[in-house]
Design a protein around this ligand. Sequence first.
Ligand SMILES: O=C(O)CCC(=O)C(=O)O
Ligand SMILES: [Fe+2]
Length: 303
Amino acid sequence: MIDDLDLRKLDEREASEMAKLLHAIGEVGFLTVSNTGLNADHVRNVIEAYRDFFHLPDVRKKTVDMAMTGSNRGWGAPRSEQVDPKANPDFKEVFDCGFELPAGNSYAGKGLSVYAPNLWPNNPVEFQGIIRAYYIDACNVAMRVLQAIAVALGRDKLSFDRAFDTPMALLRGNYYPERPAWAGDRDFGIGAHTDYGCLTLLATDGVSGLEVRMPDNSWQPVSAAPGTFIINFGEMLEFWTAGKVKATEHRVIGGTQERISVPLFFNPSYDTNVAPPSSGKTISAGDHLTRRYNETYLHLQAT
Ligand SMILES: O=C(O)CCC(=O)C(=O)O
Ligand SMILES: [Fe+2]
């Protein structure tokens, strides 16, 4: 079962809601959340901005094609990413944007691809403003959820906050066209994978398609209308909590209706050590994320 949580109750640390949170993070690794303060109309507006962009002709999208760059900012064409090495590259398209390093930030000028500058299309004209505003709103919601998780795990409320002062957070629009007629067993909207970072906050247009690997190995559909969010956890948070938070596999096969989803991948600052506490080990968040990007985006793969 995928638990449904109320963020306002989590903010207030209501005991029964915190118990549900602890169950969701440790058993299934997926939950849905409502009452975030981000309302349905706001999220619909964001999704429609992505839809307008994805419906542009390819020649226009190519002006911001990430394949021209050494990073993942801008448009990713169909079959430009392969999240599951056993499957074919995904048939989805994406648009990725990330954290904008303030001038004078200690990571500035180091050429780290996880902090690469964003690539914005000239059209639709409102696109950049809508997406940048949502990036900030979504990061704030993600941080509130992580604070509740810190408390649920018996850590200091702000123990994660310090690691997110220069977040490698990535906001993505996923566009799944209707599943192509040529698609076979090894073709997916997005193949089975676990996310790489800490927490993923996912908005969708309400069309179903996401499936989650349950503890009994079955695939369970999960959906959320705009205004409700799906949350799951990535590899870094699983390391960092010594497995108390599960990074759960998920996929989208794709169906007869086009679908848009908007994940915020909330990743900590580059130099964060996400190894299990007191393990004596070091796992650099920046190294892990860079390696996972290089493995999955075809234009970043070593030739
Ligand atoms: O489209 C979805 O529902 C999931 C997308 C996803 O898993 C991802 O972008 O990592
Ligand atoms: Fe994912």
